[in-house]
Design a protein around this ligand. Structure first.
Ligand code: CUA
Length: 421
């Protein structure tokens, strides 16, 4: 028992030392790195699937560490015992060379097989466990479909049908119930992508014409980072997403808010009584959390997401109405759906409730007015090769601009998109 925990500790230290060596040389000493609890840590896990994978990693570390200690000890012993002690030793003929001891060799083979078996049993168990939701929990599992495109993720909720529209659809932020298994059907609209939320589960590829699936579960409500893990073109490295796990009540509230059509803001004067009444009419009471209404407050990523569900107190209704018009005129509607408004396109992410997401541009930028403006101003600098720029802004055949946005246009579009809670 003592030996086991000792070897495990040493194995962890050894693994950390190895992982640390390269970045340390490049980046100097960052003490936070020792905790290995970054956003995409596979060590600091938050659900049963990722936990089983991490534990398997440790078992493998333990076994290899024991082998390392045995081999290194024998090597050190032999080096010390048979070293050249005198000048004469150094120049002497080597002793007669043999083929070794059959007993030792058979013992080594048996030892290796034993070590492999120790690793193989938990490996097979983990493969079976992570393959699909355990039988006993199947009835409780929640189903979602994730479809990858160059370079963003679409999430559909087949159980949440909207009359005359189809399943509830969102983009780049997958909201799931916490403490409940979630089975995610993995699809792709173009090339091979890979779906990875390091703290919740290992990666599974999204392959054309093949129906893969992954399951995961978050122990607690939380905010998790995910990313495409298979090279898929120019902007693969910035193809990210988020997973937000909510308790049962908040998840139900989120679903009902998402099933609503896009929020309509009438073009009344900012700060007027009509504007205040309009703002107050937004349903905010269904969630188990209340907004802090303070953009400067220090909050956790989950609290930040919660805050994002509510409209901005200082929003300008006239500007929002202008943005909605521009969204139509500048042909944004051809690629993006805004359910209840003019947008009907399906090439790009569904933007019906984009203002309630914490990120834009597939999890790359924070969803703040500044970053949204940056994205609209120079999409190709943020995400090279994207379709909004090549084909939206610029006609790929002629190289000429389909449309341009002035700074005024951008301000209005930002106000409109941010209002879509
Ligand atoms: Cu999608 Cu890499």
């Amino acid at each position: 028992m003592y030996l086991k925990s000792f070897s495990r500790t040493l194995a962890r230290i050894g693994t950390r030392a190895l992982v640390m060596a390269s970045p340390l040389l490049l980046a100097g000493c960052d003490l936070n790195f020792w905790r290995m609890d970054g956003h995409q840590s596979t060590i600091d896990v938050a659900g049963p699937v990722a936990r089983s994978q991490r534990d398997l990693f440790y078992i493998t570390c333990d076994v290899t560490f024991v082998i390392f200690i045995i081999v290194a000890s024998v090597l050190a012993y032999a080096t010390f015992k048979f070293r050249a002690r005198t000048e004469a030793d150094a120049h002497a003929e080597p002793p007669p060379q043999g083929h070794g001891n059959p007993l030792v060799e058979i013992g080594l083979i048996a030892g290796s097989v034993f070590a492999l078996v120790i690793i193989a049993i938990p490996t097979l168990k983990a493969i079976w466990y992570t393959y699909d939701v355990p039988e006993a929990e199947k009835a409780n599992a929640y189903e979602v479909t994730a479809t990858a495109s160059q370079w963003w993720f679409k999430f559909e909720y087949p159980k949440e049908q909207i009359n005359g529209v189809g399943p509830l659809t969102t983009g780049n932020e997958l909201v799931i119930p916490a403490g409940r298994p979630v089975r995610i059907q993995l699809r792709t609209a173009d090339v091979i992508h890979s779906f990875w939320v390091p703290k919740l589960a290992g990666k599974v590829d999204m392959i054309p014409n093949r129906g893969n699936a992954i399951w995961m579960e978050a122990d607690q409500p939380g905010y998790f980072w995910g990313q495409c893990a298979e090279y898929c073109g120019d902007s693969h490295a910035v193809m990210r997403f988020r997973v937000i796990a909510l308790n049962e009540k908040d998840f139900a509230a989120w679903l009902s808010a998402q099933k609503e059509p896009a929020r309509v803001v009438a073009a009344v004067a900012a700060g007027s009584p009509q504007a205040k009444a309009q703002f107050a009419s937004y349903k905010i009471n269904e969630y188990g959390f209340t907004p802090k209404w303070d953009p400067g407050a220090s909050v956790t990523p989950l609290e930040n997401w919660q805050q994002q569900q509510f409209p901005n107190k200082d929003e300008n209704p006239a500007l929002i109405a202008q943005g909605r018009k521009l969204f139509q005129e500048k042909t944004c509607i051809g690629c993006h759906t805004v359910r209840g408004h003019e947008g009907v396109g399906i090439t790009g992410p569904n933007l019906t409730h984009v203002g309630a997401r914490t990120t834009i541009a597939a999890g790359l930028l924070e969803n703040t007015p500044d970053q949204l403006a940056r994205w609209l101003r120079h999409p190709n600098q943020v995400k090279p090769g994207n379709k909004m720029y090549n084909g939206g802004y610029i006609d790929p055949k002629t190289g000429k601009a389909n449309f341009t946005l002035t700074e005024e246009d951008i301000t209005a579009l930002v106000a409109y998109l941010s209002s879509l809670k």
